[in-house]
Design a protein around this ligand. Sequence first.
Ligand code: RAM
Length: 337
Amino acid sequence: MKLVKKVLLLSLVLAAAMVSCGGGGGGANAHAIVFKNTGNPYGERQMGGFENGIKEQGYTAILRAPDQPTAEAQIQMIEQLIAQKVASICIVGNDYDALQPVLTKAMDAGIKVYSLDSSVNPVSRATHVNQADTIAIGETLVEAAFDQAGGGGQIAILSATSQASNQNAWIAVMQETLKQPKYADLDLVKIAYGDDLRDKSTSETEALLLSYPNLKVIIAPTTVGIAAASKVITDKGLIGQVKVTGLGLPSEMAEYIDNGACPYMFLWNPIDVGYLGAYTATALTSGKITGAAGESFNAGRLGLYTITEAPDNGTEVLLGPPFKFEPSNINDWKDVY
Ligand code: RAM
C-alpha cells in the first residue's frame, strides 16, 4: 500500500513538472524548431520536413510557432524549450539581433542552437541552414522585375515583417543590384510590409495600387505576400497591367501562374529545408560538426553537405539554387508543396 502511494505521489510530481515546463516532452532526445508564426503553409511544410528528418533518426520533434511573427513571442517559446532541456533549437528568426540573449542562454545550458530560413546573428547560432544563395535570390528577383516591367517603370516590394532577416537580406541585395546601369530605368517606389499575414498583405497591396497607379511590378519575396498580391491583382481585373513576381509556394500560386497575374516566380523545396535542418541538429548534438566552415555531414536522403562561410561572417549550410516556376512546369509542382 505504501509503495502504491509513493508511486502515485511520484507520478503526480512528474506530471506537475511537465506542465510547469510547458509539457510536450523535451529532454536529450527532443529537437525543436520555432517558426516565425502560425497560419503560413510554407512554415507548415518546412516544419513537416524537419519532423520527418528528426523522426526517421529515432528522435522526438517539437514544432512551435507563435500566433504573431514577433521576436517577443519567440523568446517566450525558447525560454520554455530551455526549461524542457531539449537537445537542440532550430530558430526561424523574427529578428536578427533581438533573440541573442535568450539564444545565448540556451547555448550556455548546453543546447545546440542554429537558425534556418531566417537567420539570427552569428553570435546567436552555431550555423544557419540557408535555402538558397542570398545574392542569387536578390539578383534573380530584380532581373525578373526588369523582364516583367519591359525594362523600365515603377516597381514595389511587398515583404514580410520589417524585422524578418531573410527578407531584409534579399531586399538589401535587390537595392544594390538596382544600382547597376542595366536597371537604371526601374524605379523602386516603395517597400511595404504585409507581416506574412494574409489580411495585412492584401491591404498593403491595395494601398500600393492606390498610391502608385502606374506601378508595373510587385516583387513579393514572401510566399504569403505573393499569394495575397496576386489575388488582389486578379480580383481587381489588373492582370497584365500590374505583374507580380517573387517567392511563392506552387500549391498557393498555381492559379495565379495559370491566369497570368504572376508570369513566373521562384522558390526551393521547403520540405527539404526543414529536413536539412533536422540533420544539422543531430550533426551538432552528436559532435560531428560544431558549425565551423569546412565541416561536412550527411543529411539523409539529401546526401553530403559542407558548411561554408556566410555573407554575414557566420557560417551556413546551403540547400541549393532557387527554382523557377512558370506555366510550363507549375502543374508538376502544385501538389508537391
Ligand atoms: C514566407 C516566410 C518564409 C520565407 C518564404 C519565402 O513564407 O517569410 O520565411 O522563406 O516566405
